[in-house]
Design a protein around this ligand. Sequence first.
Ligand SMILES: NC(=O)c1ccc[n+]([C@@H]2O[C@H](COP(=O)([O-])OP(=O)(O)OC[C@H]3O[C@@H](n4cnc5c(N)ncnc54)[C@H](OP(=O)(O)O)[C@@H]3O)[C@@H](O)[C@H]2O)c1
Length: 250
Amino acid sequence: MISVVILGSGNVATHLTRAFLKARDVKVVQVYSRNAENINYLKKKTLITDDLENLKNADIYIISITDDAIEEFSKGLELKGKLVVHTSGSVNMNVLNGDFDKGVFYPLQTFSKGTKVKFKKIPICIESNTKNGEVILEKLASSISKKVYQIDSKQREKLHLSAVFVNNFANHLYQIGNEICKENKVPFEVLYPLIKETANKITKLSPKDAQTGPAKRNDIKVMEKQLLQLSYHQKEIYKLLSASILKTHK
Ligand SMILES: NC(=O)c1ccc[n+]([C@@H]2O[C@H](COP(=O)([O-])OP(=O)(O)OC[C@H]3O[C@@H](n4cnc5c(N)ncnc54)[C@H](OP(=O)(O)O)[C@@H]3O)[C@@H](O)[C@H]2O)c1
């Protein structure tokens, strides 16, 4: 049985707490939030606290708070000899600052409190500065997911960068598509099957091979006509992405 204390009450902390409470070989000993109201709902399931001096004994302490606050927050932890990890994709393991073993437990998915996730399919990227830490994290990650990867801080930084392109930027393009649909009174849901197939296809073909569209075909007349229909801001994005596609496929 692995015992964990979760520090945070945001999107990821909430999902991790839920998943660990359900996992057979994990005991959620305590959840911390600087704002106790956020975790009151957990009172019947585990111990809660808003006081860092009142942390209980556990094998692993999982910090899941705003990236910029992790370093300063970790300095305030008196957890000599324990394993302390964060859950960030972009923060180096070594920002964890204290007399404890360090690690990372990064679930590579987009989490919001209001949406359900299936942890079994979510890749969990783990890292530790000790062999023992690696072993415990592997065990902890395997208790909720079938996809566990040993990824060091340098690789994770690049993975996160890649995720910004495939998730954040792709989603922003959905937003622009949605705007265009709204302005023209076309339901955005007409595009759902296309969006799903685009995502599905790159599990079978490389993204390069899966590319279609006017820029890939160098269909200049179509591109000129489409540019005329866009706002200044949309035009800039259209030109930049089309130039990148043309360069890739020239
Ligand atoms: N959301 C995702 O999709 C996702 C995916 C993978 C990894 N991550 C990583 O997981 C971590 C948490 O992300 P999130 O999306 O769950 O964040 P979030 O929902 O914005 O929640 C941030 C949490 O940090 C707490 N916090 C901020 N500053 C603090 C401080 N100085 N001391 C104590 N607590 C503090 C907040 O407390 P209050 O509520 O009191 O303000 C809140 O509980 C980040 O490292 C993020 O990079 C996020």
